[in-house]
Design a protein around this ligand. Structure first.
Ligand code: CP
Length: 308
């Protein structure tokens, strides 16, 4: 049994196998429509979600399995004081695999230590979001045709954005990757990401505060929202929330074959006039999330070879 708590829980080869499987599932979903028959996915979400929870559920249903779960701490016995450890001991009797989201960093890791079924981290605080990373990698692979030799601009809240932290960790293992980290001073990537990931892997990067000036260099622009729920102070959030707004006019300086990704939800950071630009890939990206999660569920349950 394997748990996926961080993108680093998968080797580059395992990620490549998952992405290859996800591509096959995308091309021929009917071949995989029954491989999870008799299996159940529990979605234990202690924090709000639209894409991650629904795409996990869609993924399991697409594979012929069933889903059960809760969508907030308030609607579970966590509201009565039950610990994550006790909850997962119980859920292990009800399901074959569990996707867990929690506002506290490390909660899915704790769950994995008490679980008898695979745990997938569906986002823990400002820490990791490995299935968003699989989604991002699948999107880049499908649209750009490669995961190496890319200049990637990460823009917005690089301090609290768990999708950014997970993506940097995963991409730092590919060749020819260069990051342009675009954020206000207060929302720069945490020191541990700079020192333990970027510096340790020898990845070239620059930290800048201007989006327009750096746009022409990018192969991928990964926009993120400022994470209101992680701020201690509402005034700081209000001051910083609209620092970067990508609109059609700014996009004029970007490469024709650049793609714009965003884990969503979007607030103000991408104007709606960008949505019909062929480079806007964020809604396609959300769609690829279903296939990335189908591949992960099938692999962790050991049914990935049961193709019809
Ligand atoms: N990208 C993402 O995690 O979206 P949700 O919060 O809606 O799941």
């Amino acid at each position: 049994m394997k748990h996926i708590i961080s993108p680093m829980d998968m080797t580059v080869e395992e990620i490549e196998n998952l992405l290859e499987l996800a591509s096959k599932m995308y091309a021929n979903p009917e071949k995989y429509a029954h491989i999870c028959e008799g299996k159940k996915l529990a979605t234990c979400f202690y924090e709000p979600s639209t894409r991650t929870r629904l795409s996990f559920e869609a993924a399991m249903l697409n594979l012929g399995g069933k889903v059960l779960g809760f969508q907030s701490a308030d609607s579970s016995s966590a509201s009565k004081g039950e610990t994550v450890a006790d909850t997962i001991r119980v859920v292990s009797h009800y399901a074959d695999i569990c996707a867990m989201r929690h506002p506290k960093e490390g909660a899915p890791l704790v769950a994995s230590q008490y679980s008898s079924i695979p745990i997938i981290n569906a986002g823990d605080g400002g820490h990791n979001h490995p299935t968003q990373t699989l989604t991002d990698l699948l999107t880049m692979r499908q649209l750009k045709g490669r995961l190496n030799n890319l200049t990637i601009g990460l823009c917005g809240d690089l301090k609290f954005g768990r999708t950014v932290h997970s993506l940097i960790k995963a991409m730092s293992r590919y060749e020819g990757i260069r990051f342009i980290l675009i954020s206000p001073d207060e929302l720069k990537v945490p020191t541990y990401i700079r020192e333990e990931v970027l510096d340790a892997c020898g990845i070239p990067y620059v930290e800048v505060s201007n989006l327009e000036e750096n746009l022409p260099e990018l192969d991928i622009l990964y926009m993120t929202r400022v994470q209101r729920e992680r701020f201690f102070n509402e005034e700081d959030y209000i001051r910083l929330k609209d620092t970067f707004i990508l609109d059609k006019k700014k996009l004029a300086g970007a490469k024709e074959d650049m793609f714009i990704l965003h884990p969503l939800p979007r607030i103000n950071e991408i104007a709606v006039d960008v949505d019909d630009d062929p480079r806007a890939a964020y809604f396609r990206q959300a769609g690829f999330g279903v296939y990335a999660r189908m591949a992960l569920i099938a692999t962790l349950l050991g049914v990935d070879k049961k193709v019809q």
